[in-house]
Design a protein around this ligand. Sequence first.
Ligand code: ASP
Length: 307
Amino acid sequence: MKKFTIAIHGGAGTISPSTMTPQKETAYKQALQAALTAGYKVLEAKGSALEAVTHAVIELENTPLFNAGRGSVFTYDGKHEMDASVMNGKNGLAGAVAGVRNVKNPVLLANAVMEHTDFVFLHGSGAEELARVQQLTFCDDQYFFDDFRYQQWQEVKGSDTTKLDHSNEKKFGTVGAVAKDIEGNLAAATSTGGMTNKRYSRIGDTPVIGAGTYANNSTCAVSCTGHGEYFIRSVVAYDIHCLMEYNGLSLKEACEKVVLDKLVKSGGEGGIIAIDQTGVPQLIFNSEGMYRGYYCCNEQPVTEIYR
Ligand code: ASP
């Protein structure tokens, strides 16, 4: 039994050594390590799992390497519309936002929905109004701009293609974290810019509680990344919880059943990170790679990219 643990992801997809330079790989690993450390420090100081996942996701949102916060992909209209959610396994409370613009850390806004309103899910201008009321930081469009994401958008701009891939390289750069704290509380958080060239205010699985994010102290905390439509239809995070709760599967069995069997059959590419009361994380994906890492109490942090 691990006293406390944090696990994170920075998206899954066709990520192979051939698409990576050593410099890029180092940069990704450093960013993952920084996020793990941010979450671990909270847990070490006896902070809550909820605070730990929030801190880790803020760190990932602040780097342009991932498709969340700064570095989010471009919509059909050349904007950044971000989705995020959090869930606290201790009391079953959750907060989520979709389609928010210019909010520096959407995960903090999802937290604010949970902490400061009677609601679970806000979108667009209403969610931004809450961000202003809560005095969260706003940034101009320039802050969110990343040239790589811009070039990705240029390739499909004006078409109806919603871009998941780039030069034969499928990437989902969503970020997420799950944690177990010293008191045995579990929590999950997920944040994304969604899919390049998304249109009509498309919303993916990331802010959908039960699809992209779920946490319950009696079973598990889960954060997902992948082709959102498949994850919504399969209610992925909640399905893992249900397999544990109703069928008595272990966390590993439940994650493998959903990600390596059910999602594969339905054509849903991506992966998940999950944790239960043992504190042993599962980081499982059916794509070529997933940016990921975990840091268990009194052990060395681990970061990995490829299968
Ligand atoms: N799941 C996200 C979405 O569909 C994409 C991702 O994981 O990168 O919006």
